[in-house]
Design a protein around this ligand. Structure first.
Ligand code: ATP
Ligand code: MG
Length: 389
């Protein structure tokens, strides 16, 4: 029996005149994410998008799995394709819905008839199909108010479709509809979650990682790539910039007061990130900071890191507890990788008593012996670029 994937695109429906642009981007994203599974055709109708495999070998289960991670999709279902005859619809429904019907007790049928030449009206389709299903599955009864499941029949111009259970989509907005931003990615729990949150709001992602070999190992870099590839299952491909940070950390250690190490490091990261972000077409930076989580994330500390950049810094986790962040991280399957024990450049130079209430003036004072411009420019020049998908 031939099946298609039927997409309902939630929030998109609210976008008025932009809706068509948003849908086009969503369709482009879907094509890109499904293209290695076989030939498909994608059709747009009023409130739905139809993905139809055009090859026998098409991996339908894998396609469903991928669709569940594409932002901009509120819900989706697998649907059976029927000829536009009453007989075919009734006959296929009984067979196609077998597993579903055997696992429930009550149902209701809803029909939509876009093709007005079809011989039955929508209420007639509901009645006919309801009767046939009751006969085939005698344990069932109809409940129009609170059914276990709603069976949908749609008679379109090109075919008729039957579907049951709707599956939950990833929600959000299609990646690319909100522009591009660069996420500062460490190997920790927070930054991959932050990246995911912003991709969900439609941002295409670039990523920037600061590595300090030999203080940090190759394994730490591989960990970051693994994390990004997990985020990319939702966001699509990500350009990653790997910035050499060793000299900067050494210079900070030699020239700055210890209690300011982390803050000055964060300020250097932000300066360099802005330069890289500008080169790569990003309009904002994203970090995994959460208010008060550590000394470098108090409000005065954030004021001090923000003051070295002119780009907006998006911090989607700012108001979340660690528990909430971990819960998302488990859902998007980054948690197990994040907790692998490889050292991060921030943990290498952690001061014993970090400054929690820095004034901007004291920060500037503390880094006055650094050649900020030269160090930043060298780092940008020596940055390596990779593509993660
Ligand atoms: P995470 O779990 O994301 O590592 P964290 O709680 O460990 O966050 P910090 O180490 O203070 O917090 O880092 C705060 C933010 O700074 C991170 O969320 C990330 O956006 C950025 N960051 C930290 N280390 C790096 C790094 N090595 N490369 C790029 N960005 C980094
Ligand atoms: Mg960290």
């Amino acid at each position: 029996m031939k099946e298609i994937i039927l997409i309902k695109n939630g929030e998109l429906a609210l976008k008025g005149l932009n809706r068509s642009t948003f849908e086009d981007i969503l369709i482009k994203n879907m094509r890109r994410r499904l293209k290695d599974l076989g030939k498909i055709s994608i059709r747009k109708a009023q409130s739905a998008i139809y993905i139809e495999p055009e090859e026998e070998e098409f991996d339908f289960e894998e396609a469903l799995d991928r669709v569940s991670r594409i932002f901009g999709i509120a819900g989706f279902s697998r649907a059976c394709v029927c000829e536009k005859t009453v007989e075919d619809i009734l006959e296929k429904s009984v067979i196609y819905l077998k597993d579903t019907m055997e696992s429930i007790k009550t149902f209701k049928v809803e029909a939509k008839r876009a093709d007005k030449n079809f011989p039955l009206t929508s209420p007639e389709i509901c009645r006919e199909l309801g009767a046939v299903l009751l006969e085939a599955y005698p344990h069932l009864s109809v409940d129009v108010h609170n059914p276990d499941i709603i069976i949908f029949v749609e008679v379109r111009d090109f075919a008729a479709y039957i579907h049951g259970q709707q599956l939950q989509g990833a929600g959000g907005l299609p990646v690319g509809t909100a522009g591009t931003a660069s996420v500062l990615i460490s190997g920790g729990i927070d930054s991959p979650v932050a990246a995911w949150c912003m991709a969900k709001r439609g941002l295409r992602l670039n990523a920037i990682h600061f590595a300090s070999p030999p203080y940090t190992s190759m394994r730490a870099e591989i960990k970051v790539k693994t994390l990004l590839s997990k985020v990319a299952r939702y966001s699509g491909g990500i350009n990653l910039a790997i910035v050499p940070f060793t000299e900067i950390q050494d210079q900070i250690a030699q020239n700055c007061p210890e209690e300011y190490f982390t803050l000055i490091m964060r300020r250097m990261m932000m300066r360099i990130s802005q330069k890289i972000a500008e080169k790569s077409g990003s309009l904002a930076l994203i970090t995994g900071e959460s208010l008060g989580q550590v000394a470098s994330q108090t409000l005065p500390a954030l004021v001090s890191t923000d003051s070295v950049v002119s780009m907006p810094v998006l911090r989607p986790l700012i108001g979340m507890d660690k528990e909430e962040i971990i819960s998302i991280s488990r859902n998007i399957d980054t948690f197990e990788t994040s907790i692998l024990p490889y050292e991060d450049c921030c943990t290498v130079f952690t001061p014993k008593h970090p400054k929690t209430r820095p004034t901007l003036e004291l920060c500037v004072q503390a880094e006055r012996k650094l050649d900020v411009e030269r160090l930043s420019e060298t780092a940008v020049r020596e940055t390596r670029y990779l593509y993660i998908e």
